[in-house]
Design a protein around this ligand. Structure first.
Ligand code: FAD
Length: 395
């Protein structure tokens, strides 16, 4: 079977569905997305589930614009999808006698509040031990600590992907799950794609624009089809542990055994702990949690809270891949989360490959991609994804 369509999107993670929603909100009809499994099969269901500016990124001044953009997107998503993106209070324990650290956190949080501007969320404040203990009994051993409280937002990443996809479908977008794109060819005036569904049936699709949102699979897809790779990128694995509800009303931002930051969060009636960061060059379809990664998080919980958690208390672990452009000489945790894209051009359009990105800022990034497609196609309709009417109401 052969079909023609102006735009094909590869991958049904947050960026794939986000581009689909963006284009459909501008009035594009006949835009198709292909996902090889179910929606949010990749990283977009394995995140820490925070819709946040990323307090720790403030340590690098070059990341301030990214934090600003994320804080503004946080504010918008709180308004657009309030049933899925909700405020969450986070507590940072700092030893009373550690004046340097107290000052550093105070400055960081003041800046965070300033960058957020007039947001729906409260500003930071200091809590006593009793106030913090009431919100998080896991802090019981921290009597000589001061607690900074600040607010961010939290979501269910998989549900968010599904809502964005439903909103796009409502506007005419086509979502094909269990449809693997296995070939792309430059036919000079269009791109020809071959897709195989779960029953082994093949479809050929012709498109003027192809948006490669395959995340951790993006460069392999290009290489397998003899396309050059615009950016060198690496996969960086992050693991989470899920426990029964540990009694948290607020989340905790703590320091791991190697001084990295990690979170302990109330989430969907349970407690989520994570994450780790480790270079990963294995099969993207087989990302598992190692014993070492579990131990790292259990040891970090013990070191930061003075409480020992038995491995058998872990209900579940999950692991995802950050897809980051390689910055020579930088450690994984300092590698920028900013996104970039590369293009392969032909006579009538392009293949755009996306690198990096965050769940939080996906909407803005997809708007930028929508602008590029529209400019090239000579379409002048602006995005409407920032307007509630372009979103499907909760079922
Ligand atoms: C551990 C961890 C924690 C994170 N925490 C946060 C957080 O708290 N807040 C935040 O803002 N961001 C967070 N992020 C970042 C965020 O999760 C990612 O930026 C985002 O989910 C990436 O989405 P994506 O659509 O680019 O990729 P993916 O979600 O990986 O989507 C790619 C899709 O392509 C599909 N695919 C692959 N090959 C093919 C093919 N040949 N044909 C068709 N489909 C194919 C895959 O099945 C997959 O569904 C975190 C990331 C990690 C790893």
């Amino acid at each position: 079977m052969k079909k023609k369509t102006p735009v094909v999107i590869l991958g049904g993670g947050i960026h794939g569905v986000g581009v689909l929603h963006d284009l459909c909100s501008r009035g594009y009809s006949d835009v198709s997305l292909f996902e090889k499994a179910e929606l949010a099969n990749g990283t977009s269901s394995q995140s820490t589930k925070l819709i946040h500016g990323g307090l720790r990124y403030l340590e690098r001044p070059s990341q301030i614009p990214l934090v600003y953009e994320c804080l503004h997107e946080r504010s918008l998503l709180l308004k657009l999808v309030p049933d899925l993106v909700k405020p969450i209070e986070l507590l940072i324990p700092v030893q009373q006698k550690n004046l340097g650290e107290l000052l550093k956190i105070k400055i960081g949080l003041s800046m965070y509040d300033f960058l957020a501007g007039r947001s729906l969320i409260a500003k930071h404040k200091v809590l006593s031990f009793e106030e913090a203990y009431e919100r998080a009994p896991l802090l019981k051993n921290k009597t000589d600590y001061r607690f900074y409280s600040y607010w961010d937002a939290q979501t269910d990443d998989k549900e968010l992907v599904k809502r964005v996809a439903e909103s796009a479908r409502n506007l005419g977008g086509k979502v094909h799950e269990f449809s693997e794109v296995f070939s792309i060819k430059d036919q000079k005036n269009h791109w020809e794609l071959k897709i195989r569904d779960s029953k082994g049936r093949e479809t050929h699709v012709e498109a003027s624009y192809v948006i490669n949102c395959l995340g951790p699979w993006a460069n392999d897809f290009l290489k397998n089809n003899n396309f050059s790779v615009p950016y060198k990128a690496e996969n960086n694995k992050g693991v989470h542990l899920l426990f029964e509800d540990l009694g948290l009303k607020s989340g905790l931002l703590l320091k791991a055994v190697d001084q990295r930051i990690f979170f302990v969060l109330p989430w969907n009636g349970k407690t989520l702990v994570g994450t780790t960061e480790e270079f990963f060059d294995g099969n993207q379809d087989q990302v598992t949690t190692s014993l070492g990664e579990k131990e790292y998080l259990l040891d970090s919980l013990y070191q930061s809270l003075g409480i020992s958690f038995a491995e058998k208390k872990i209900l579940k672990t999950f692991a995802g891949l950050r897809w980051l452009v390689v910055e020579e000489g930088r450690s994984l945790s300092l590698t920028s989360r900013e996104s970039v894209w590369g293009q392969h051009q032909n006579q009538n359009g392009f293949v755009l490959t996306l690198y990096g990105g965050k769940l939080t800022s996906y909407r803005k990034l997809c708007e930028k991609i929508g602008n590029l497609v529209s400019k090239s196609a000579g379409v002048s309709a602006p995005t409407k994804t920032h307007i509630r009417e372009s979103w499907k109401a909760p079922a």
